[in-house]
Design a binder for this molecule. Sequence first.
Ligand code: GLY
Ligand code: MN
Ligand code: MN
Length: 427
Amino acid sequence: MIPNRLFIRNRANLAAQLPPKSIVVFTANEPMPRNGDEFYPFRQQSDFFYLTGINEENAFLLIAPDYPDESLREVLFIEPYDEVKATWQGEMLDAKQASEISGVKTVKGSDAFYNVLNDIAFSGYGDTIFLNSYEYPKYECAVETIQQRFGKKIKELYPMHQYGRTAPILNALRMIKSNDEITITQQACNITSKAFRRCLETVKPSMFEYEVQAEIEYIFKQNNATGHAYAPIIAGGKNACCLHYSKNQSQLHDGDLLLFDIGCEYKNYSSDLSRTIPVNGKFTERQKQCYNAVLRVMKEITKLYRPGGCINEINETTHRLMEQEMIQLGLFTEEDVKQQDPNKPLERKYLMHGMSHHIGLDVHDSIDKFKPFEPGMILTCEPGIYIREEGIGIRIENDLLITQGEPINLFEGLPIEIEEIEAAMQR
Ligand code: GLY
Ligand code: MN
Ligand code: MN
């Protein structure tokens, strides 16, 4: 169990940033329908988890720091006991357990939520209501989430109140990991490392990508990971040039590379690893050249993961360094670069993604490109090269913890050098 001091601290940090007479209301996620009477596995909304540690549906959290009755300043609402549900789906969380998990002292049934909210909203101590929304620049989704419906309902109930957004506050808080979060993320990375090591021992020509995925999932499950933090990419040969390849259906060929982009989720926290290995255990000369080009750049940019650095600097430096590497690899010449359309740099043909993002409860926790790094942030470092015409796709990715000095690699010791990978694949 995660110590509830984490959630107590998170709520206190949020409350400390609210203007006077605020109320914050959160709803838990709902199960996502699949078909028939089936649902996708439940995953809690990350902010709700960050503040409560509760992995249940039909729950609410209310925080009203200035409300005179201290017992109602923090209230967690959970689904009331339902005998039929308990029979079909297993024992339900009770108030004592919910309080132990979250550290919230007052736990009520979720059927009481709107009455309690009403009392506080019209008390004179809850004039501004903060609502939670998922704010992510690239996020587009046709499905209206329970958070959006909840927000609309609250605004209908209290049209004359003032409103605020929790997202800017929580995004900033979630970027800096506490020691408990760092410990869990390291555990997630350790499980992912184990899965990759198993693949180093088992991958061979003629295997299918899904068989490799099965090796990974065996280790994830064996170590009580909750699953994948994102759709795993197991991409042989040219499949690796498709950035979000996740079919994982092809057969692996002797002489090809195999790109892994995998990460387990453990206690709701993500890990995010990429490695590229030769299917037959030996890199060809050309594959070595390309691999070492990416690895050299990775080592250079890792030095930039220090307080004051930022994702934008990492991206720009990587593109500049990779351009030189690509010239060395014969992909284009200095002369070509001089004549290139500045809006379409040649190197972008071979490297078209960002090099870093925060990880945490979400694998893309935040991608604020300009926020200066601070100790406690955990970010990926993931340069790559994708040469479609040669069937070569390489990405190498570590998760780095920012400290006052050098970053700490949460995949420390995992094979990354060509010699280390070849030695681990020898059998
Ligand atoms: N696996 C997703 C990413 O590397 O960003
Ligand atoms: Mn990744
Ligand atoms: Mn990543």
